[in-house]
Design a protein around this ligand. Structure first.
Ligand code: OGA
Ligand code: MN
Length: 197
């Protein structure tokens, strides 16, 4: 896995990041019916804002399916690599499935704020892993990443099966453009150590 862009620029797009992703696609399909409307805001002020985001999500834990554990182990390996290189102090990882139905979007936002004092630990590194076979440019649904200062577009990523995107949560504004077919992903965040541990 080539994390060079992450180490130098703070973001990376990694096509075909993992092998054998078919089981994850199957689970996402199987569980789709129980995804719930996503909320925005910090944990204690989370609210439903369908004018900002309209996707549906399901948080993951080790008990969902063995294939999820394989994924979580891969993210754990990334956590260790990043900590060795970047000293970000990444402590754990939280992750949810997300479904964007045709027309769904997530307007420009950052995933965390540098001055945040989250008792659960701050989000430092965002990850998005896509589960969509044969995604075509005309299907839309791109992830657009913007530069921290200039806010100029720096990347436009098709949510293609197997592509993993990593970026520093506090630094890169980003948005999800409306898709024309169901767009499925695993979105997660590496956090710093929770307070009091
Ligand atoms: C998010 C997000 C990006 C994507 O859930 O915070 O920005 O490509 N998702 O799905
Ligand atoms: Mn985001």
């Amino acid at each position: 896995m080539n994390l060079f862009g992450l180490f130098t620029e703070g973001w990376a797009v990694i096509p075909s990041a993992f092998t054998n992703v078919e089981p994850l696609v199957k689970i996402a399909e199987r569980l789709s019916g129980s995804f719930r409307a996503a909320h925005i805001g910090r944990d204690n002020s989370a609210r439903l804002e369908q004018n900002v985001r309209s996707d549906k999500i399901m948080w993951l834990d080790e008990n969902v399916d063995p294939a999820v554990n394989v994924y979580l182990n891969q993210m754990e390996a990334i956590r260790e690599l990043v900590n060795q290189r970047c000293f970000l102090g990444l402590f754990d990882y939280e992750c949810h499935f997300a479904n964007f139905e045709p027309g769904d979007f997530y307007k420009t936002h950052v995933d965390a704020f540098a001055d945040e004092r989250n008792p659960r630990g701050n989000r430092k590194l965002s990850s998005v892993f896509y589960l969509n076979k044969d995604w075509q440019p005309e299907d839309g649904g791109e992830l657009v990443l913007y530069a921290p200062d200039s806010r100029e577009e720096i990347a436009r990523v098709l949510p293609q099966l197997g592509t993993l995107v990593l970026f520093l949560s506090e630094e890169f504004p980003h948005e999800v453009l409306p898709a024309r077919r169901l767009r499925q992903s695993l979105t997660g965040w590496f956090r710093t150590r929770p307070q009091g541990i």
